[in-house]
Write a protein of this length. Structure first.
Lengths: 220, 105
């Protein structure tokens, strides 16, 4: 998640193509600008694409699950086909995230690579933990409604906490804000009931992700 | 230093590109030789030659791990190299500001 140091930022922006020979100050400025832009573009993870991928997971995946359970009185569980669609979409989101991260991180080593591995490992362990906890609650006799709320919101809670904790390593305050938002959505969406939780999570996560993708594209 | 105050070790197209590319990484990170080659578009021979000059000046550090076909060479900017690039950037800004049309000397 390299943001670059910007050593050449702002230099040579108005200048033409670099001369490869007989380097003068203007040519040097152009080389700095072009090399800096290329390095930042190639070494930075394409976050807008990742945000769009996860926005689709929430809007389509969670949205479909909500449509499939909204008429259930009392709440039972999402049908297999809706959960299967959600799993497929989540797998696609993970695949897009992994591919874009690998592309930027290829050949890069050192502290950033270690932080990135710990970050993704934390997410995986957290998600594994909440899935296990759901099984434990089910075996302890928790109602289907409780399991429904937990299934929808606990992955968000894990992602939010990892993002907030990750701010200590990355010092990226957008991560902190997003993490706080995900924790808040996970914490409060349950008040919409087991069926409504899926709808609240779909909109409260999917739409901000689309907004963030748009904002980051504009910033580029 | 050259006549205009620009560090001659950095003030060459290929080496300038190398320094700026490595400076895009946070401190403490390094790039593999092959990824660096891909980013700056130099042949392996040219890249080795320019890296040697930068390494002799203490601006970059190369490390080799492993042996045989799995050997991996990594390149990183040293703190001294980052400081040298900052000085180069400052000097370049001053030169460009002075040369800007309409400026009274």
């Amino acid at each position: 998640m390299n943001e670059g140091t910007g050593a050449s930022e702002g230099i040579g922006g108005e200048l033409g193509m670099a001369a490869e020979t007989d380097l003068d100050a203007r040519g040097a400025a152009v080389i700095m600008r072009e090399a800096g832009e290329r390095a930042r573009r190639e070494l930075t993870v394409n976050r807008p694409a990742i945000f769009v991928a996860w926005a689709l997971v929430y809007l389509l995946g969670y949205g479909t699950v909500w449509l499939s359970v909204r008429g259930q009185q009392p709440y039972d569980a999402p049908p297999g086909w809706a959960l299967a669609l959600l799993v497929v979409l989540a797998a696609m989101g993970l695949a897009v995230t992994a591919a874009l991260t690998d592309r930027a991180a290829s050949g890069v080593g050192g502290a950033t690579a270690v932080r990135r591995r710990v970050y993704y490992l934390s997410l995986a362990i957290g998600w594994l933990g909440v899935v296990t906890m759901q099984a434990a609650l089910r075996s302890a006799g928790a109602s289907r409604g409780v399991i429904g709320i937990l299934s929808a919101s606990s992955p968000l809670l894990v992602a939010g906490v990892v993002l907030v904790a990750g701010t200590a390593a990355w010092l990226n305050w957008w991560m902190f804000g997003l993490g706080i938002w995900l924790i808040a959505v996970a914490a409060f969406s349950g008040f919409a009931g087991p069926a409504g939780t899926w709808a609240v999570d779909a909109l409260a996560v999917g739409l901000p992700f689309l907004l963030l993708a748009g904002l980051r594209l504009i910033r580029r | 230093m050259s006549q205009d105050g620009l560090d001659p070790v950095i003030h060459a197209p290929a080496r300038l590109r190398l320094m700026v590319t490595l400076a895009a990484l946070p401190e403490g990170d390094h790039l593999s030789f092959t990824r660096l080659q891909d980013l700056v578009g130099l042949t392996p021979g040219n890249l080795i030659s320019h890296l040697r000059k930068l390494e002799d000046a203490g601006y970059v550090r190369t490390d080799k791990t492993g042996g045989g076909p799995s050997a991996l060479t990594t390149v990183s900017l040293t703190p001294g190299g980052r400081a040298a690039l900052d000085r180069y950037t400052t000097t370049l800004r001053q030169i460009l500001d002075t040369a800007r049309p309409g400026r009274v000397p």
